[in-house]
Design a protein around this ligand. Structure first.
Ligand code: ATP
Ligand code: MG
Length: 261
C-alpha cells in the first residue's frame, strides 16, 4: 500500500509545488516508487516536470470526474517520478464536482486503484481551500504545510488548521498533520527564525528540519522543466534531500527530526 502525503497551504507562492517536485525527486533517487499528483489547474507541477499542460488530452480532471482511468492519465518524467498531470480543465472540475455526492472522495477512489504500484504519493494542492484541496486532504494519510518565513506569511495558518480539523472529523479521521516545512528561509535574518518560533508556539505545530533556504536555482529549474535536483551543488536541493531522508526514516519507524528537538 502506498503512503499518501499532501502538501497544502491556501496561501499562494509558499513553495508547495517546489516541495512536491523536490521531495519526489529525492525519494525517487533513494529508490522509492513515487507518484506526484498535480491538483492545481495552473498545472505548474506538470510544467516543471517537463510536460506541457496545453498538449494533454487526459489529466487528473477526467480521472476525478470518472471519465478516464487513472492509469491512462499517468506520465513518466525525467526525475524518475510518475506524474498525474493537471490542465486548465481542472478549473471546471471544481464546479462539476460540487454537484456530486461524495465529491471529497473522488481522488481517494482513483488512488485506491494504483495503491500497490507506488511506495509514496505526493499531492500538490492548489492555493485555496476549495473542493480540490478537500480531495487532497481526504485522500491523504499525512499532511505537511510549507510556510514562507516572512512577515505575516503565517496569517491563514489558523484557517488551514480549522479546515484540517473539519476534514479529520468528517471525511478523513486518520489524517495526520506532520508539521510545517519552512521555505524561502533566510538564516541571516533573525526575523525568519522569529516567525518560525511564533508559528510553532501559537499553533502548536512541529517544524520539520531542515528549513529550505532561498536559492536562485529553484526559479531557474521551474522555468526550464529540468530535473529539479540536478546541477551543481545547491543548498536548496540539499535541504530537500535531507527533508526527504527525514520523512523516509519516519516512515521506517524513527522520530521526525524537528527544529525544536
Ligand atoms: N527555496 C527557494 N528559493 C528560491 N525560489 C524558490 C524556492 N522555492 C520556491 N521558489 C520559487 O518561488 C515561487 C513559488 O514557488 P511554488 O510555485 O513552488 O509555490 P506554490 O506554493 O506552489 O505556489 P502556488 O500557490 O501558486 O501553487 C516559484 O517561482 C519558485 O521557483
Ligand atoms: Mg503550486
Amino acid at each position: 500500500m502506498s503512503r499518501v502525503l499532501a502538501v497544502a497551504n491556501q496561501k499562494g507562492g509558499v513553495a508547495k509545488t517546489t516541495t512536491v517536485a523536490s521531495i519526489g525527486a529525492a525519494l525517487s533517487a533513494e529508490g522509492k516508487r513515487v507518484l506526484v499528483v498535480d491538483l492545481d489547474p495552473q498545472g505548474c507541477l506538470t510544467f516543471s516536470l517537463g510536460h506541457d499542460p496545453d498538449k494533454l488530452s487526459v489529466s487528473v480532471h477526467e480521472v476525478l470526474l470518472g471519465e478516464a482511468e487513472i492509469g491512462d492519465a499517468l506520465l513518466e518524467t525525467a526525475d524518475g517520478v510518475t506524474l498525474l498531470p493537471a490542465t486548465i480543465d481542472l478549473a471546471g472540475a471544481e464546479a462539476l464536482l460540487l454537484m456530486r455526492p461524495g465529491r471529497e472522495y473522488a481522488l481517494k477512489r482513483a488512488l485506491a486503484e494504483i495503491a500497490d504500484d507506488y511506495d509514496i504519493v505526493l499531492l500538490d494542492c492548489p492555493p485555496s481551500l476549495g473542493v480540490l484541496t478537500l480531495n487532497g486532504l481526504t485522500a491523504a494519510d499525512e499532511l505537511v504545510v510549507p510556510l514562507q518565513c516572512e512577515t505575516l506569511a503565517h496569517r491563514g495558518v489558523g484557517q488551514l488548521l480549522r479546515t484540517v480539523n473539519e476534514v479529520q472529523q468528517i471525511t478523513n479521521p486518520d489524517l495526520d498533520l506532520l508539521g510545517a516545512i519552512p521555505t524561502l528561509y533566510d538564516s541571516r535574518t533573525t526575523h525568519s527564525r522569529d516567525v518560525l518560533a511564533d508559528v510553532s508556539d501559537r499553533y502548536d505545530l512541529p517544524v520539520l528540519s531542515p528549513p529550505v533556504p532561498r536559492t536562485v536555482r529553484f526559479a531557474e529549474a521551474s522555468a526550464s522543466g529540468a530535473t529539479v535536483l540536478a546541477g551543481r551543488k545547491n543548498k536548496g536541493a540539499e535541504a530537500y534531500r535531507e527533508l526527504a531522508a527525514n520523512l523516509s526514516r519516519y516512515w521506517s519507524g524513527a522520530e521526525l527530526v524537528t527544529l525544536e528537538g
